[in-house]
Design a protein around this ligand. Structure first.
Ligand code: SF4
Ligand code: SF4
Ligand code: FES
Length: 235
């Protein structure tokens, strides 16, 4: 049997202990689902795809932020104990559900929306897969918006205004997109005290990202581009 402590409540609450049968190839999301279906139907949690695509199932598992649908119990509960809590750095709605609004509001603040200048009658842009810009985009574009990096970032904890690794990674993806025409406005948006220069480069985001993205590298790239644009008088 697994001994599973699960956070119950909102900002105030406590851990509740459940016993869950241990099964082969069981994921942490399977454990949470078992508890909700067999032990307590009032347990709130969020998931959709169960296969690592939607990004909605992230939680804190034994103190570390993880996507729970792709995290096998055997990897994280060697002693048959699990502690499952909501993601850090976000308001808790109930139990394991966090309010993601400020996370995605920060994507908007970082101008995380593609802005092109082509019409639907124009030809497709051709971007060589071998080009430097395309390789930089390819390395950062697979973000699923899970919030794991944001939850793992201590600078977000210290400075809740900080845009955070996911929004900055999105900005980095777009400034490298040769079809986008708002690069300087985006650099302006990420240049302030709560932007890329607040990053302390301690890599928690990169170590925890389940999609092997390195927001740390992207943020370092943004710092260089902001400096370059400022020196050239564009900001
Ligand atoms: S590298 Fe920067 S964004 Fe990533 S966890 Fe550290 S401070 Fe946060
Ligand atoms: S950068 Fe990685 S950890 Fe952060 S939201 Fe995207 S996929 Fe999740
Ligand atoms: S449920 Fe979709 S990523 Fe886990």
């Amino acid at each position: 049997m697994l001994q599973v402590r699960v956070w119950r409540g909102a900002e105030r609450g406590e851990f509740q202990l459940f016993e869950v049968p241990r099964l082969e190839s069981q994921t942490v999301l399977d454990v949470v689902t078992y508890i909700q279906r067999r032990c307590d139907p009032t347990l709130s949690y969020r998931f959709a795809c169960r296969v690592g695509v939607c990004g909605s199932c992230a939680m804190s598992v034994n103190g570390q932020s993880r996507w729970t649908c792709r995290t096998h119990v055997s990897k994280v509960a060697a002693d048959d104990r699990l502690e499952i809590a909501p993601l850090r750095n976000l308001p808790v709605v109930k139990d394991l559900v966090t309010d993601m609004r400020e996370f995605f509001d920060k994507w908007a603040r970082a101008r995380g929306r593609f802005q092109g200048d082509k019409r639907r009658t124009d030809d497709f842009a051709r971007v060589s897969p071998e080009s430097r810009e395309r390789r930089l985009v390819d390395a950062s574009i697979e973000c699923i918006g899970c919030g794991v990096c944001y939850s793992a970032c201590d600078v977000v904890t210290w400075n809740p205004d900080y845009l955070g690794p996911a929004a900055l990674n999105r900005a980095w993806t777009l400034v490298n997109d040769v079809r986008d025409v708002a690069a300087d406005q985006r650099l302006m948006a990420v240049a302030g005290d709560a932007g890329c220069h607040a990053c302390h480069t301690h890599m928690n985001c990169t170590e925890r990202c389940p999609k092997q993205i390195s927001p740390t590298a992207g943020i370092a790239g943004l710092k260089r581009l902001v400096l370059d644009a400022a020196v050239k008088g564009r900001l």
